[in-house]
Design a protein around this ligand. Structure first.
Ligand SMILES: [Fe+2]
Ligand SMILES: [Fe+2]
Length: 242
């Protein structure tokens, strides 16, 4: 195996170059919730040929100076980016997709009975994500911002209401897995977001929006699980040791 990828986890590879996310997606490799696995393990899980995956990774043109490297961002900037880019997106996309699904169920439900289940699952995942983001915004992210601000100060850091930051992180990671599982189910029920031959324009748009929603969730979860959370754990350890 190429030594650049031999000891790296899939999450590390995406963190170092975000464009690799598209390669992993094309091979069905989970880089967000399952991002802590080696490339070899992840390929085995997705039944993908590691040589083919590495060839596709190596075929990416060299990264340009303008490609953002979120791993170097301070916690504050990462959180700002996650809120502006991903939390705002989830809040703007969910009512639109729910509206499309209601319309499709009404018009095509007789010939496509799976639409009722898809709409129910989407309602569930939207509600789950709203509560999840609320917890991050109100409790976890403010604590992480504090950790970032106090980094390097000699005063150390007081106890948080939840003990170590690893406790809420475990809960957030479990919720990420649940949301990803719900969207995977929608992907399977829609045959990979493929509109049927008799599907109208709304059907096509709705499938494209759902595909985008899942893609965005993968990037959102990746930035939290593989970039932000490890940084916060490290900052907390430093502050406790200060
Ligand atoms: Fe989030
Ligand atoms: Fe999250």
């Amino acid at each position: 195996m190429n030594e650049r990828f031999e000891h790296a986890t899939v999450g590390d590879i995406v963190a170092a170059d975000f464009r690799t996310a598209g390669v992993f997606e094309s091979f069905g490799i989970d880089f967000c919730c399952g991002g802590r696995r080696s490339l070899e393990d992840a390929c085995r899980g997705a039944v993908a040929n590691p040589e083919a995956v590495i060839r596709a990774l190596e075929a990416l043109p060299p990264a340009t100076a303008t490609d953002d490297d979120a791993t170097r961002w301070p916690v504050d900037r990462l959180i700002d980016h996650i809120l502006a880019r991903h939390h705002a997106y989830v809040r703007s996309a969910t009512p639109t997709i729910a509206r499309y699904l209601a319309k499709l169920h009404e018009v095509h439900g007789a010939r496509h009975p799976e639409l009722a289940r898809i709409a129910t699952i989407f309602e569930q995942v939207s509600g789950d994500l709203e509560q999840h983001m609320f917890k991050e915004e109100q409790i976890l992210f403010p604590y992480m911002r504090d950790l970032g601000e106090r980094a390097g100060q000699a005063c150390g850091f007081g106890m948080s209401p939840f003990g170590t930051v690893e406790n809420p992180i475990r809960m957030m990671e479990r919720e990420h897995r649940e949301a990803a599982d719900e969207l995977r189910l929608i992907r399977e029920l829609t045959n990979g977001y493929t509109p049927p031959a008799d599907g109208c324009t709304t059907y096509q748009v709705c499938m494209a929006e759902l595909a985008q929603f899942e893609r965005d969730l993968h990037r959102h979860v990746h930035l939290e699980n593989n970039v932000l959370f490890p940084k916060a754990v490290e900052l907390e350890k430093q502050s406790v040791g200060a």
